[in-house]
Unconditional design. Structure first.
Length: 68
């Protein structure tokens, strides 16, 4: 079971499958998000979380460094 994402500026909702990234799901749905490395390291694809019911499963090396 995946989850849903709402893009308020686009007035669009998409479903993200388990084991699929938000970036991949968005691009597959025709939503053009900025990205570069596709691994979450460069930070180009960061998005703003407006509300949440989120469980973050892991942290990359770079995201942990940003929290310091």
């Amino acid at each position: 079971m995946g989850f849903k994402i709402h893009f308020p500026d686009l007035k669009r909702n998409i479903e993200v499958e388990d084991q699929e990234t938000i970036l991949d799901s968005s691009l597959n749905a025709g939503i053009d998000l900025a990205y570069s490395c596709r691994f979450g390291r460069c930070g180009v694809c960061k998005i703003l979380l407006l509300s949440r019911n989120v469980e973050q499963l892991s942290h990359g090396k770079f995201s942990l460094m940003e929290r310091r």
